[in-house]
Design a protein around this ligand. Structure first.
Ligand code: NYM
Ligand code: MG
Length: 212
């Protein structure tokens, strides 16, 4: 393996709309990095395994209704409950690949009509990713990939609003857009290149906080 004493891991987030291929790409990336002997962990938000995550899951599956503000705060709490573990892992040299993060939090809630400014506040102070890879797929291409699921938000017109919110939120100082329209292997090659660059560049940099 190549665990280097004293060097921290990188926090790399994949973002995008539903059906953009994030989950597939996260798995492929982590699999490759593990094969190379690197210390790496895959995480996803929402983490549906915790008690808060189970409430979010019921909301997404439309078995319960919650006020938009309430569910927004649950999504944020679900990230906060992972912060201690994530900080320790990063500091001990583990790179974390994350499937969705606070940007999904703001984009989906703001697309419902909540104010962007209000939506950002609960996530202020979370770990700031070293890199956000924003995977883009045109709505038409996403539709070709088959039906959306039956979860809340999985509707074409809503996804377009979410995409617009992501574009509004994107911060060019640490975001990179990756076209998700190529084959799985082509998209993977691009993501792998950007991720390994980020791991190298982040080794000696301090961990920062989000939106401060
Ligand atoms: N989602 C995800 C939010 O609305 N807010 C959040 O903070 C996060 C992390 O949950 N449609 C939405 C986006 C998705 C849904 O995510 C479930 P996934 O990655 O499809 O399991
Ligand atoms: Mg989904």
């Amino acid at each position: 393996g190549c665990v280097k004493a004293g060097l921290r891991g990188a926090l790399i987030v994949l973002e995008g709309c539903d059906r953009s291929g994030k989950s597939t790409q996260c798995s492929k990336l982590v699999e490759r990095l593990v094969q190379e002997g690197r210390q790496v962990l895959l995480m996803r938000f929402p983490d549906r395994t915790t008690p808060i995550g189970q409430m979010i899951d019921s909301y997404l599956q439309q078995t319960v209704e919650l006020d938009d503000h309430v569910v927004h705060l649950l999504f944020s709490s679900n990230r906060w409950e992972a912060m201690r573990k994530m900080t320790e892992l990063l500091q001990s040299g583990t790179t974390i690949i994350v499937d969705r993060y606070a940007y999904s939090g703001v984009a989906y809630s703001a697309a419902k009509g909540l104010s962007v400014d209000w939506c950002r506040q609960p996530d202020v102070g979370l770990l700031k990713p070293d890199k956000v890879l924003y995977i883009t797929v045109s709505p038409e291409k996403a539709a070709e990939r088959g039906q959306f699921g039956t979860e809340r938000y999985e509707k074409l017109d809503f996804q377009q609003k979410v995409n617009n919110m992501f574009l509004y939120l994107k911060d060019p100082s640490y975001w990179q857009t990756v076209s998700g329209e190529g084959s799985i292997d082509v998209v993977h090659a691009e993501i792998y290149k950007l991720a390994t660059q980020t791991i190298k560049e982040s080794e000696h940099l301090p961990l920062l906080k989000l939106w401060t």
